[in-house]
Design a protein around this ligand. Structure first.
Ligand SMILES: *Cc1c(COP(=O)(O)O)cnc(C)c1O
Length: 395
């Protein structure tokens, strides 16, 4: 198949699903159609706009209820949530942290903020996330387990933790990863920034590891403008997360006492108000997103050389970002296809440049990354806003 035929058929398939009325179709845009104005106005009217106020508490309680995580601590963004999660899991300067090479840069940055070294891990073609079997074989080779933990025989450094990231909302296979963590004495941190509303075997992502990070950035499944949250089962860690995110200030009516170097990471009340309104609509957003994904799956079924990526069988995915994979033989058409669709006003994107290609992370230790490299060469993200799957908006 040549570029022209492939491009024409992909564009017409996208038009079939997305309709022809809209001249510009974003990759992912937020939707505000609930109590956003009312709650934000109440913040402004009351003067409680900053890091104290009833919406922060309410948002945390609602998040805990929705995810089934006993504790949720709202913070300024997903990167901060990941940073706190790693610190609270005991990641220290000079440690290594296993993390997927195919992820948004924040996953690596949070490790670097701790003074630790990311160790890049390959992906599974079934989930687009970390491959537990391949990682187990690799650790068998390079790691040494003792009562004090896991050591990288090649670098001599401690391997403290592994970060699982649920790519585009699709849960990774968590059970084998949990078994691996136990065997190699690693802490599991979930980067669930993309997977709010995604469940693995009936239980919400971000509740399987010791700690997890959510993100409510403007392009995520729901938004607080900017924001994030730490999830944990552990009441002690939850308390520490709140403490670390509020400059480690000892509660007192008027004294300023702080007992460690900490952060100003608390989510402002204004953002939490937005979050409360968005969370009320989340299941609706996900229903529309899943409907859109179903329409894409059906439309691409008959198209040779292109496969629409579908959720793994053990998952209910939020389908945060839809993706197609070109046949390996057609990877040369990826960039022409990106050009053509964007030119037509249909916003498409390649996956993130893999971490080990970024200048600051190119010298980090890594395993064979051939699956991630192969996926990178032929993956394209498609417009995925919830509104595109709404019944009454359809063409
Ligand atoms: C969005 C995202 C983050 C970070 O979230 P911010 O709120 O933008 O800081 C972290 N990891 C992944 C995989 C993400 O997609």
């Amino acid at each position: 198949m040549n570029d022209r035929i492939l491009i024409d058929s992909v564009v017409s398939t996208l038009r079939d699903v997305l309709g022809t009325e809209r001249s510009a179709i974003a990759l992912h845009e937020p939707l505000f159609q609930g109590n956003e104005w009312a709650y934000v106005k109440e913040c402004l009217d009351s003067g409680w706009v900053s890091s104290v106020g009833k919406y922060v508490d309410r948002f945390e309680a609602k998040l805990a209820e929705y995810t089934g995580s006993p504790h949720a601590i709202a913070v300024v963004n997903g990167t901060a949530a990941l940073h706190l999660s790693l610190l609270l899991a005991g990641v220290e300067t000079g440690d290594e942290v296993l993390a997927p090479a195919m992820s948004f840069v924040a996953t690596g940055n949070a490790v670097a903020y701790c003074g630790a070294i990311p160790h890049w891990v390959d992906s599974s073609p079934l989930t687009l996330g970390l491959d537990p079997e391949k990682l187990a074989d690799y650790l068998e080779d390079i790691a040494e387990v003792s009562p004090t933990g896991c050591r990288n025989r090649r670098t001599g450094r401690r391997i403290k933790a592994v970060i699982a990231m649920h790519t585009f909302g699709h849960p990774i296979d968590l059970e084998p990863l949990l078994a691996l963590c136990e065997r190699f004495r690693l802490e599991l941190i979930e980067d669930a920034a993309e997977s709010l509303g995604s469940f693995y075997k009936g239980r919400h992502t971000g509740t399987w590891g010791r700690l997890a990070a959510l993100s409510f950035n403007g392009n995520k499944v729901m938004t607080t403008g900017g924001g994030g949250a730490v999830l944990t089962h552990d009441p002690v860690l939850a308390k520490q997360a709140k403490h670390l995110s509020t400059t480690a200030k000892a509660p007192h009516r008027w004294a300023f006492n702080h007992d460690q170097v900490a952060f100003n990471y608390r989510m402002p009340n204004l953002n939490a108000a937005l979050g409360c309104a968005q969370l009320e609509q989340l299941e609706g957003f996900i229903a529309w997103k899943r409907r859109l994904a179903g329409a894409y799956a059906q439309a691409f079924e008959g198209l040779e050389g292109v496969a629409f990526f579908e959720e793994p069988s053990f998952a209910r995915s939020n389908y945060w970002l839809n993706a197609i994979l070109l046949d390996p033989s057609l990877s040369g058409s990826r960039d022409p296809l990106l050009d053509a669709t964007n030119e037509q006003g249909i916003m498409t994107r390649p996956v993130w440049t893999l971490m080990h290609r970024l200048p600051m992370y190119k010298d980090c230790p890594r395993m064979d990354l051939s699956v991630a490299e192969n996926l990178e060469s032929r993956l394209i993200n498609l417009p995925s806003s919830a509104v595109l799957g709404r019944q009454d908006v359809e063409a």
